[in-house]
Design a protein around this ligand. Structure first.
Ligand code: ADP
Ligand code: MG
Length: 612
């Protein structure tokens, strides 16, 4: 038999290698933006069509390339950023592997136009399947204009793996936001399908943070800044009141490179301990600067993880820096009353420090210079009356968070006999553990799970709403929702579908929305929370390609709005719930397949007690 090993043709090898670097339009966005940053640009424009599937274009006013470099840039391992292995440990640029342009040219149709200031004419290069298909001198501005069309046109299997436009766009905005946050001294703009999405003037770190997080943050950021010989940390944390249920506004940059670190996130969360509710996430944008020799960014081309020489020190440092910032802010004269009261409700503030805590605090070098009254634990108390007001305010919010459970009058006598279950209207129902409902049926009983049952009821209701739009109640006091840039795009995508079920949401500035109306059965006062939760759930789903956007939304909403386990129900409420459930098309399971009830028939019960 003939030999079976053969060398892959270059274009296939290149496509395989490209998969490491370019997984989706957003990966190309990141690479091209970083190249523009590395080229020293002060203005960078990102133009996207069709969530990057049709076009990703980046225009910069950086230093440009010579005619020869313009072609060489596409060769694998072509880079101007390192030349010896030692350079790896002193990296100050974003790129250094020389793989991005080669990868992009392997999986998309690319046109590059570039000119250096010293050249009269620029160069245009067209690439397809890793080959130069055309090159010519061209008149163009100084800088680089690179466009990548039809990503994965030659790898249909990969193209099919791309997700919905809203999901891909979300990734693109994430990458755009991260680069923009890291380089506020650069002007960034972003156009999608011909529409201006963002326009961020060059400015300070704080100004950029506010561009990204939204205007409401202008008075809600606490500045973090600690400097040592070993490392510097700077940036912002949101005041406790800005903590959200969604995990969207958390950014770490190490030497201006965005990184993901559950470990460091924990350090920040720890510093907020006791200041925000457990299930909420603090928002933060933190920049850590260390000597490049102290970190290893050479882990993987697209990995956002990072290895520190000593990550325990970094953890302690981040935590202390955030604590310090929060402590200082709590006595700042600009402190508004609402926040002061807010913090005072918390146990950690009311409780004096334990001896151990005092010693630990005192021995931390960061704290060495502070007086005790600079700490959050020592906020001067306000009058008792004021505190009472705030207390009632706080107990009302959790109550409003419980979805309302509308009691409708149901049919008289027996419920629907679906699945052969007969429950008498006057039957006494028993709620167990505020979670289960026991209903006598026939000679046995049925055990319902209240939350899962309600989820099914709502799910079918929302499904029907697609055909018959739902009633809206106009908000008396329209609520303004300030979102992060990426959440705003997501909500914009969802708003028509939300309208069908009764949410009236209108754009209001760059990343804000006004909630004008809510479904008739959502309790007013809870709309902001409901939307935040919805966004969070929707994001978890967005990886699922098999569901339509509507279907995802229906599922998310049903889950979110369902009465929760732990809520005590009256007899009428329990009867209504069961009757509504048994009237469903598919009462036995939730949309995601969990059982809603279990039947214990007379025969089954008898069989349990027969003698063996
Ligand atoms: P890397 O960024 O890792 O060096 P890339 O494949 O991204 O690798 O780019 C290859 C080279 O092309 C870069 O090292 C740089 O010299 C040049 N280059 C890429 N994009 C630009 C740009 N926007 N402006 C100027 N030069 C660029
Ligand atoms: Mg690069």
């Amino acid at each position: 038999m003939a030999e079976t090993i053969h060398l892959l043709p270059d274009h296939i090898a290149n496509q395989i290698a490209a998969g490491e670097v370019i997984q989706r339009p957003a990966s190309a966005v990141k690479e091209l933006l970083e190249n523009a940053v590395d080229a020293g640009a002060t203005e960078i424009k990102l133009i996207i069509n069709d969530a990057g599937k049709a076009l990703v274009q980046v225009i910069d006013n950086g230093k440009g390339m010579s005619p020869i470099d313009a072609q060489n840039a596409f060769a694998r391992h072509a880079t101007s950023k390192i030349s010896t292995i030692d350079d790896l440990f002193q990296i100050r640029t974003m790129g250094f592997r020389g793989e991005a342009l080669a990868s992009i040219a392997a999986v998309a149709q690319v046109n590059l136009k570039t000119r250096r200031a010293e050249d009269e004419l620029g160069t245009s290069v067209d690439m397809e399947n890793s080959e130069v298909v055309a090159t010519s001198p061209t008149a163009c501005p100084v800088g680089t204009n690179i466009s990548m069309k039809n990503l994965f046109f030659n790898v249909p299997a990969r193209r099919n793996f791309l997700k919905s436009n809203s999901a891909e766009l979300k990734h693109i905005i994430e990458e755009f936001t991260r680069v923009a946050l890291a380089f506020p001294e650069i002007y960034f703009s972003f156009i999608h399908n011909g529409q201006d999405v963002f326009h961020w003037e060059a400015g300070s770190f704080k100004q950029r943070a506010i561009h990204v997080l939204g205007n409401t943050y202008s008075s809600k950021l606490v500045t973090v800044g600690e400097h040592t010989d070993y490392l510097n940390i700077s940036g912002f944390v949101g005041k406790p009141e800005t903590a959200k249920k969604t995990r969207s506004d958390q950014y770490f940059f190490v030497n201006r490179r965005f990184i993901k670190s559950a470990y460091l996130h924990h350090a920040v969360a720890n510093a907020f301990d006791g200041l925000i509710p457990k299930e909420n996430f603090p928002s933060y944008i933190l920049y850590i600067d260390v000597d490049p020799s102290q970190v290893d960014i050479n882990v993987h081309p697209t990995k956002q993880e990072i290895k520190f020489e000593d990550d325990k020190i970094i953890y302690a440092f981040v935590q202390a820096a955030v604590k310090h910032a929060l402590a200082q802010f709590s006595i700042a004269p600009s402190l508004d009353f609402s926040l002061d009261a807010n913090i005072q409700q918390l146990e950690a503030v009311q409780k004096p420090l334990t001896e151990d805590q005092k010693t630990a605090t005192a021995s931390s070098s960061l704290y060495a210079g502070f007086t005790q009254k600079n700490q959050a634990h020592f906020i001067a108390k306000t009058s008792h009356a004021e505190k009472q007001d705030w207390k009632s305010f706080f107990t009302e919010i959790p109550a409003a968070e419980e979805p309302s459970f509308i009691v409708k009058s149901s049919s008289m006598g027996l419920y629907q006999e679906k699945e052969g279950i007969q429950i008498k209207q006057e039957a006494a129902l028993i709620q167990i553990n505020n979670t289960y409902i026991v209903a006598p049926a026939g000679g046995g009983y049925v055990l319902f799970h209240q939350q899962l049952s309600h989820e099914r009821v709502l799910y079918e209701k929302y499904q029907q709403a697609s055909a018959h739009p739902h009633a809206t109640q106009k908000s008396l006091f329209p609520v303004v929702l300030e979102l992060s840039a990426s959440d705003a795009v997501l909500l914009d995508e969802m708003k028509e579908d939300l309208a069908v079920i009764g949410y009236e949401i209108e754009p209001f500035g760059q990343s804000s929305f006004i909630i004008q109306g809510i479904p008739a059965d959502v309790m007013a006062g809870n709309e902001k929370n409901a939307i935040e939760l919805l966004l969070e759930q929707f994001k978890h789903f967005s990886g699922d390609i098999k569901f339509s956007k509507r279907e995802k939304l229906n599922r998310c909403l049903a889950r979110q709005m369902a009465i929760k386990a732990g809520q005590s129900l009256s007899q009428t409420e329990m009867h209504t719930l069961i009757s509504d459930l048994l009237n469903c098309d598919t009462p036995q399971i939730t949309a995601s397949g969990a059982p809603t009830y279990i039947e214990f028939s007379e025969n089954y019960l008898d069989s349990l007690f027969t003698k063996i």
